[in-house]
Design a protein around this ligand. Structure first.
Ligand SMILES: [Zn+2]
Length: 121
């Protein structure tokens, strides 16, 4: 992709995200912050985000992920914005015992993984 194409693509993604925000995006179940979008793309390599479908090394990819700037809760990467948003909405379903427990479990795992990496470095 050329630089102009990349800039156009980024603008497209921002516009799509804004559309979703205008319609209402769920807030973080843990701290009620509005999620932020993480986007990465390029040629798939060892350090690229894990995606639901396996990618071959060197293959072009795009990864979308939503995370909370407040408490750090994050979700896995998806190949399109719609899928990442669906996952965010599901994970942050308010007023539901099952989703609340699942959220807390994921958050705890993430914090433990973070603590482990901090210790390693
Ligand atoms: Zn949060």
């Amino acid at each position: 992709m050329s630089t102009e194409q990349q800039a156009a693509r980024l603008k497209q993604i921002k516009n799509q995200l804004q559309l979703h925000k205008d319609r209402g995006i769920r807030l973080c179940l843990g701290c009620e912050s509005e999620p932020r979008l993480g986007y990465s793309h390029g040629e798939y390599c060892e350090t690229s985000p894990r995606l639901p479908y396996p990618h071959k090394l060197g293959q072009r990819f795009e990864a979308f992920t939503l995370h909370c700037p407040g408490c750090g809760f994050k979700l896995d990467g998806f190949m399109n914005l719609q899928a990442a948003l669906c996952e965010w909405h599901r994970a942050n379903t308010p007023g539901d015992v099952y989703y609340a427990a699942r959220w807390a479990e994921r958050f705890e795992q993430q914090m433990m993984a973070k603590a482990a990496t901090t210790l390693e470095h």
